[in-house]
Design a protein around this ligand. Sequence first.
Ligand code: PBG
Length: 325
Amino acid sequence: MSFPDVRLRRLRQSPAVRGLVRETSLEPRQLVLPLFVREGITEAAPIGSMPGVAQHSLDSLRKVATDAAEAGVGGVMLFGVPAVRDAQGSGADDPKGILNVATEVLAAEVGDALVVQTDLCLDEFTDHGHCGVLAADGSVDNDATLERYTSMALAQARAGSQLLGLSGMMDGQVGVIRKALDAEGFTDTLLLAYAAKYASAFYGPFREAVDSQLTGDRRTYQLDPGNRREGVREAVVDEEEGADIVMVKPAMAFLDVLREVRDTVHIPVWAYQVSGEYAMIEAAAANGWIDRRASILESLLSIRRAGADVVLTYWATEAARWLRG
Ligand code: PBG
């Protein structure tokens, strides 16, 4: 009989020892809650493919944002669902547009307790559903879109957004927006660049959440899911252009990209646990096939372990409450 020289189980012998040697932590402040606000509704409207998530009225939005702040969540990321759309996405930079109005409301309500953040992209506001404006041949026009993004950035900053989530995947978006904000005195407005945003099937439920008008796909601007190097390059370029934070999205199917981005750039790296990731766990849990709470916490911990400093997750408030005990 020969005995093992190395006993790895020594580190796992009790909850106390395991607690001392656990490498990754998960804290409420590391979670950001995405929120949908819809123009013209008076009460929250549930999203069928995202059980537990809703499109909010201004009133219900105030309530869920306050709940998030009380739970210790680090921030809320706001998405707008306008009543009317057009080719230019005019609602996006209109100070009276739903996203900008809701931003003002949240900045006043919870702006001291957490970081109020806004999605900066045209897709919710365009009648064709693309993230940018279209050229005559129907392609997404990068440089014309940058002008729209610049105007949107100023509108959001004026409304009180503390952090702009640049999710449109247009080349040069970080640099031009930074320059425009600085020129208007918004030097403190943070830029989160969705650096490595993949053209993913896991955005499915989100399209319902924002009533997306998209036909076709976003493969001329979002990344090919097969490409890791290219995702890292996007993050490097965004850091050079002046991004304060970079994002990898989706999270769970792209943990290798997340790790490599974390090891490459020198700024915070966030990850977005997207609607399809949420829906999968909720559906399996509803069938009794997995333990809901344990699966949610393990998914969030794993995204942190892979390299995310912060995770955007639709479970932010609930998970924060669990973590606080
Ligand atoms: C587009 C955008 C998308 C998401 C956030 N912003 C989806 C898309 O590219 O169609 C997806 C978020 C999610 O699935 O939870 N601006």
